[in-house]
Ligand binder design. Structure first.
Ligand code: S3P
Length: 190
């Protein structure tokens, strides 16, 4: 059991991190925050514009800083961008402050979920299947390094997948906390 304050979702583009994360936040009555949306809120620019103006390196610096702030902030369900695990400091922070779920998705599932999406700069040019396969080869070991749990959401709709994952999390991430909270409400004050 990992008694981390935050529940953090990592995994590739199109795995459903944002939609599953929102449902989990509702289930655990926690705030939900998506690191890409937080970067956009802070900068007033889209992820695509940041990639255009500052390159991928500039975006990664912002992503690392936002995640460090979120992990130091109030308890939350945090959805991360697919490349967040590339940063070694972020991986260390995740290991310290989060119960990390790797939402897995294979390339066909990603292609299907992202078919109409035009917002991901890494998929803007070239054939998507080999790009996604290359990213998976590079990043799968990093997801494995930080993950407390690996979960396959597809092919269920996000809400059903989140319900299944929430049940698993009740007996892994939250077991200690919930048991302690129940004891605290049942035991008379000393
Ligand atoms: C990226 C994934 C995106 C976003 C950016 C880069 C990546 O987030 O952070 O386009 O490197 O895989 P999602 O995983 O939420 O799509």
């Amino acid at each position: 059991m990992n008694p981390a304050r935050h529940l953090v979702l990592v995994g590739p583009m199109g795995a459903g991190k944002t939609s599953v994360g929102r449902c989990l936040a509702r289930h655990f009555e926690l705030a939900f925050v998506d690191s890409d949306q937080e970067i956009e809120r802070r900068t007033g620019a889209t992820v695509a514009t940041i990639f255009d103006c500052e390159g991928e390196a500039g975006f990664r610096t912002r992503e690392r800083d936002v995640l460090a702030d979120l992990l130091a902030g109030p308890d939350a369900v945090i959805s991360t961008g697919g490349g967040a695990v590339l940063d070694a400091g972020t991986r260390r922070n995740l290991a310290r402050g989060g119960f990390v779920v790797h939402l897995h998705a294979d390339v066909p599932a990603q292609l299907q979920r992202l078919a109409r999406d035009r917002s991901r700069p890494l998929l803007a040019r070239g054939d998507r299947a080999p790009i996604l396969a290359r990213l998976a080869t590079e990043r799968d070991p990093l997801y494995a390094e930080v993950a407390d749990l690996v979960f396959e959401p597809a092919p269920a709709p996000a809400q059903d997948a989140a319900q299944r994952l929430a049940t698993l999390l009740e007996s892994t991430w939250r077991r200690g906390t919930l048991a302690a909270a129940t004891r605290a409400t049942q035991e008379p004050a000393a």
